[in-house]
Design a protein around this ligand. Structure first.
Ligand code: MGD
Ligand code: MGD
Ligand code: MO
Length: 748
C-alpha cells in the first residue's frame, strides 16, 4: 500500500511516500524552493545504521553506577538494556543527585536545535520535565546571536531587531538604492529556519531588488556569500575587522558634513561622545578610511568607493550574525546601528539597518508573528541559568564566578548532565576542553535518535523517535505557514518519543500531573493549537479549528497588511513610542554599560582588536572561518554523508602552494588547542590568509594521535567568549596552521 503525506523539517516542507509502512522517498513540497538533497536524505537518515534501537548503558556505569567515574565515556562498550532498567536508573540518579546536592547540580540547559515540531521539541521537553522534577541549571542565550542579545537591549531597548523584526524585502525591492551587506548574503543559509522553513523566497527577493536597480556591495572574505546571478561588488576584509570599517564610514560622514545631525539629536543619545571618539579626541586616533583600510587590510580606494556609494540615496546596512560570533562580537552590531544613525535613515522604508538577511531563511519575509505555538515552559524556582557557551567551563570550575551582562554568575557544582535535542560535541568550542569537562560529572543522560558523538559519550542513552515517527505541528514565526506533521511510519525498534520518556520518568518521580497536565499527544496538539486560535482572536484573524487544520495539512497565515519597516513607529513619534532604553532613544553611548566598567565592552561602539586574528598572526598562521554547512543543518544530516571522508578545508591557491598542498590533498589543520584532518579544496575567490571549514562533522578523535578524523573545526576554535557583557560564543576568532598530512602523524 502506498501513501503520500506532507510534513515539515527545519530545512523545509516535503512530500513523503510511504510504501507498506516504510518511508521510500521524500521530496521538497512543490513551490517551496526547499533543497532537494537535504530533503531527500530522510529515508537514509531514518534507516541509518547510526539509529539507536534501544536503551543503552555504559558498561562500567551499569556495574558500578556513578562510582564508575567519567574516564571511560566514549571508549567503553554500551550495553543494551530494557526500558524499565534504563528508566529506573535515570529516575534513581535524579533522585540521588537532587537529594544530595540540590537541583542546581543537575545541568539540563540542553542547548540544541532538536527537530522542527513544536510539541516534541526535545529541548523544550527536557527543560519542562526537569523544572517539574524540582529544578535544574539552565542555559541563557544562544549560539546564533548571543553577543547581539547582550548588546542590543542597551542600544535599542530589546533584541527584537535580531530575533524577530527586519525590514521586509518587499520594501527593499521598492525603495532601496544600495544594500551594504557585511558578512554577505550567503544563499546556503536560506535553506533552513528554526521551526521549519515554510517557503524559500529569499533569492527571488534579492533578484527582484537587483532587477529594479538596487545596488549590492558585499563585504566578506569569500565570494560564495553572493547569491548566484546577483551582480554585487565584493570587498574582502580581514575577518573580525568590520567594526573598524563601520566606524570609519561614520567618521567620513561626520567630517564631510553628511552626518544627519537632526536625526542624531532627536532619536539618539550620546552621539557627541561617539563623534569625539571617531575624531580621535579621546584616544588620539581619528577613525579615518586609511586607518580602517590598514586594519581590514584592503585598498583604501575600495573603502572610498564604498563611502561614495553610501553618500546619497536610500541605503540599507545589514550584518550577518556571523560577525558577532567573534571576540568583541558586540561591537560590529553596535557600530552598524551607529553608522545607520549617522546616516539618519533608520525607520524609513528600505533604509537604516537590519541584521541577518544573509543568515537564515525568511529574515525580511512578510509574516505575522505569534501564530506558531510553542510548548509552554514551567517555572524553575530552585534553578539557575548560566550563559549558554560557558557550560564546559562551568563543569571544570564549580564555584567560579564570571561577569555576565553587568552582574556575576557563580557556576554550580554540576554532578549530572541531561541532554536531549542538542549535540554539544558539534556546537561547543575547544572540543578538547569539552571532552575533559565531560568526564567530570557523575552521571550523563542523553536522548538521541542517532549515535552522535554526544550520545556515544553518555552513561545512559535513551533512543528517541524522529519527527517522522510521531504527530506534531510546526512552523517558524518568520514564515507565513503552520504545518501539520503527521506520523508517517512506526517508531524504529524500541525508540520512544521524548515526551513519553519524560512521562514515564515523571511517573517514577511522582510529578506526572505537573509535567503532562493530564494530556496525551493528541490533547497537547489541540492545546497548542488553542494558542494559535487565541492569537488569531487578538488580531481579528480567522483561524481554522484543529481538525480542519490537521486534515488540510497546512494553514497559510494571512499576510500582514503592511510590509514591515524596522523602527518605523519609533521614527514616526519617538515620544509616544520610545525605545525601552534608559533614555528612550537609540543609545550611542550607554551610561549603563559605562557603569559595568568592563574594558572589553566600552560604553560606545569601539574598535578593539581580537586576541587571535590576522592582525597579530605569525606568518604561517591563517584565520579560520567556521561557517554553517551548505547541505546539513549543523551536525544533522551528516549521517547521510559520512562516507564522503573528512570535511573540506578551503584555501586560497597561493596559501596552498606555499605549504605544498594540492587540490584534494589530505591535510592536518591545527593549533595549540587541537588538530583535525580535512581535504584541501582550493578556492581562488577566497581572501588569502583565510581558510574556511564548515561546522557539522561528527567529532571523532583518533585514540592514539588525538587528531580529529572527520574534520570537526571545533577542536580548533577557542572557548574565549565575546566579552564579559555577552559571554557569547566567539568561534570565529581563531588562527590555525595547515600542512599536508604526511609521515609526521601516521594516520592516512
Ligand atoms: N565553530 C562554530 N561552532 C558553532 C557555530 C559556528 O558558526 N562556528 N554555530 C553555532 C550555532 S549558531 C548553532 S545554532 C549550534 C548548533 O548546534 P546544535 O543545535 O547542537 O546542532 P544540531 O546538529 O542541530 O543538534 C541537534 C541534535 O538533536 C538531535 N535531534 C533531532 N531531533 C531530535 C528529537 O526529536 N529528539 C532528540 N532527543 N534529539 C533530536 C539531532 O540528531 C542532533 O544531534 O552550533 C554552534 N556551533
Ligand atoms: N544550510 C544551512 N543554513 C543554516 C544553518 C545550517 O546549519 N545549514 N544554520 C542556521 C543557523 S543556526 C544560524 S545561527 C545561521 C548563521 O548565520 P551566519 O552566522 O550569518 O552564517 P555563517 O555561514 O556562519 O556565516 C556567513 C558568512 O559570514 C562570513 N564571515 C565570517 N566571518 C566574517 C567576518 O569577520 N567579516 C565578514 N565581513 N564576513 C564574515 C563568512 O564568509 C560566512 O560565509 O545560519 C542558519 N542557516
Ligand atoms: Mo544558530
Amino acid at each position: 500500500m502506498e501513501q503520500r503525506r506532507i510534513s515539515l523539517c527545519h530545512w523545509g516542507p516535503f512530500e513523503a511516500t510511504v510504501r507498506d509502512g516504510r518511508l521510500v522517498e521524500t521530496r521538497p513540497l512543490a513551490g517551496s524552493g526547499a533543497n532537494a538533497d537535504m530533503i531527500g536524505a530522510w529515508p537514509e537518515m531514518l534507516y541509518s545504521d547510526r539509529r539507536i534501537d534501544r536503551p543503552h548503558v555504559r558498561k562500567s556505569f551499569l556495574e558500578l553506577g556513578p562510582r564508575a567515574g567519567g574516564a571511560g565515556r566514549g571508549a567503553e562498550e554500551m550495553i543494551p538494556v530494557d526500558w524499565d532498567t534504563a528508566l529506573d536508573l535515570v529516575a534513581g540518579e535524579l533522585t540521588r543527585v537532587h537529594g544530595s546536592h540540590g537541583p542546581r547540580s543537575v545541568f539540563g540547559g540542553s542547548y540544541g536545535w532538536s527537530s522542527a515540531g513544536r510539541l516534541h521539541h526535545a529541548r523544550s521537553q527536557v527543560r519542562r520535565f526537569l523544572a517539574a522534577a524540582g529544578g535544574f541549571t539552565d542555559q541563557i542565550g544562544n549560539y546564533s546571536w548571543g553577543a547581539a542579545q547582550a548588546i542590543l537591549p542597551h542600544v535599542l531597548g530589546s533584541f527584537d531587531a535580531v530575533a524577530r523584526t527586519a525590514t521586509s524585502w518587499q520594501t527593499i525591492a521598492a525603495e532601496t538604492d544600495l544594500v551594504v551587506a557585511f558578512g554577505g548574503l550567503n544563499p546556503k543559509n536560506w535553506r533552513v529556519t528554526s521551526g521549519g522553513a515554510g517557503a524559500h523566497h529569499m533569492a527571488e527577493a534579492v533578484a527582484k531588488a537587483s532587477a529594479r536597480g538596487t545596488r549590492f556591495i558585499l563585504l566578506s572574505p569569500m565570494a560564495d556569500d553572493i547569491p548566484p546571478g546577483l551582480e554585487a561588488e565584493l570587498i574582502r576584509p580581514r575577518p573580525n575587522s568590520d567594526t573598524a570599517i563601520m566606524l570609519a564610514l561614520a567618521h567620513e560622514a561626520v567630517v564631510t558634513g553628511r552626518a544627519d545631525m537632526d536625526f542624531l539629536a532627536r532619536f539618539t543619545t550620546g552621539h557627541e561622545r561617539l563623534i569625539s571618539y571617531l575624531l580621535g579626541e579621546t584616544d588620539g586616533t581619528p577613525k579615518t578610511l586609511d586607518w580602517a583600510a590598514r586594519i581590514a587590510d584592503v585598498p583604501v580606494a575600495e573603502l572610498q568607493r564604498l563611502w561614495q556609494a553610501m553618500e546619497t540615496g536610500r541605503v540599507m546596512l545589514t550584518a550577518a550574525w556571523s560577525l558577532q560570533r567573534a571576540e568583541h562580537g558586540e561591537q560590529p552590531f553596535w557600530a552598524l546601528v551607529a553608522l545607520a544613525a549617522v546616516l539618519g535613515q533608520i525607520g524609513l522604508p528600505g533604509g537604516g539597518f537590519c541584521f541577518g538577511y544573509g543568515s537564515m531563511n525568511a529574515v525580511g519575509a512578510d509574516a505575522r508573528n505569534g501564530y506558531v505555538p510553542s510548548l509552554p515552559g514551567l517555572p524553575n524556582p530552585h534553578g539557575l541559568a548560566i550563559p549558554v557557551a560557558s557550560f564546559a567551563e562551568a563543569m571544570l570550575k564549580p564555584g567560579h564566578r564570571i561577569s555576565f551582562g553587568g552582574r556575576e554568575v557563580t557556576f554550580p557544582d554540576i554532578r549530572m548532565v541531561y541532554w536531549a535535542g542538542g549535540n554539544p560535541f558539534h556546537h561547543a568550542q575547544d572540543l578538547g576542553m569539552v571532552d575533559a569537562a565531560w568526564r567530570r560529572p557523575e552521571t550523563i543522560v542523553v536522548h538521541e535518535p542517532w549515535w552522535t558523538p554526544t550520545a556515544a559519550r553518555a552513561d545512559i542513552v535513551l533512543p528517541a523517535t524522529t519527527p517522522l515517527e510521531r504527530n506534531d505541528l510546526g512552523g517558524s514565526s518568520r514564515d507565513a505557514s503552520v504545518f501539520a506533521m503527521p506520523k508517517l511510519v512506526e517508531p524504529l525498534a524500541e525508540a520512544r518519543n521524548d515526551f513519553d520518556i519524560f512521562c514515564a520518568l515523571a511517573d517514577r518521580l511522582g510529578v506526572r500531573p505537573a509535567f503532562d497536565e493530564g494530556l496525551d499527544e493528541s490533547g497537547w496538539l489541540r492545546r497548542l493549537w488553542r494558542q494559535t486560535e487565541a492569537r488569531g482572536a487578538e488580531e481579528g484573524i480567522s483561524v481554522p479549528g484543529f481538525d480542519p487544520f490537521w486534515q488540510a495539512g497546512v494553514w497559510q497565515v494571512p499576510l500582514p497588511a503592511m510590509p514591515e519597516v524596522l523602527l518605523e513607529e519609533f521614527r514616526a513619534d519617538p515620544d509616544a513610542q520610545p525605545l525601552a532604553t534608559p533614555s528612550g532613544r537609540i543609545e550611542l553611548w550607554s551610561e549603563r554599560i559605562h557603569g559595568f566598567g568592563q574594558p572589553d565592552c566600552p560604553p560606545h561602539a569601539a574598535w578593539i582588536a581580537p586576541q587571535e586574528w590576522l592582525g597579530n598572526a605569525e606568518p604561517d598562521e591563517l584565520h579560520l572561518i567556521t561557517n554553517q554547512p551548505a547541505k546539513q543543518l549543523h551536525s544533522q544530516l551528516w549521517q547521510a554523508r559520512q562516507d564522503a571522508g573528512p570535511a573540506p578545508v578551503r584555501l586560497n591557491p597561493a596559501d596552498a602552494r606555499a605549504r605544498g598542498i594540492a587540490e584534494g590533498a589530505l591535510v592536518r589543520v591545527h593549533n595549540h588547542r587541537g588538530a583535525c584532518r580535512a581535504v584541501a579544496k582550493l578556492d581562488p575567490t577566497l581572501r588569502t590568509g583565510v581558510v574556511v571549514m564548515a561546522t557539522g562533522a561528527w567529532y571523532a578523535p583518533d585514540p592514539e594521535s588525538g587528531i580529529e578524523r572527520n574534520g570537526n573545526p571545533n577542536v580548533l576554535t577557542s572557548d574565549r567568549r565575546s566579552s564579559k557583557l555577552g559571554q557569547a560564543c566567539a568561534a570565529l576568532s581563531a588562527l590555525v596552521r595547515v600542512e599536508p598530512l604526511g609521515a609526521t602523524t601516521g594516520i592516512a
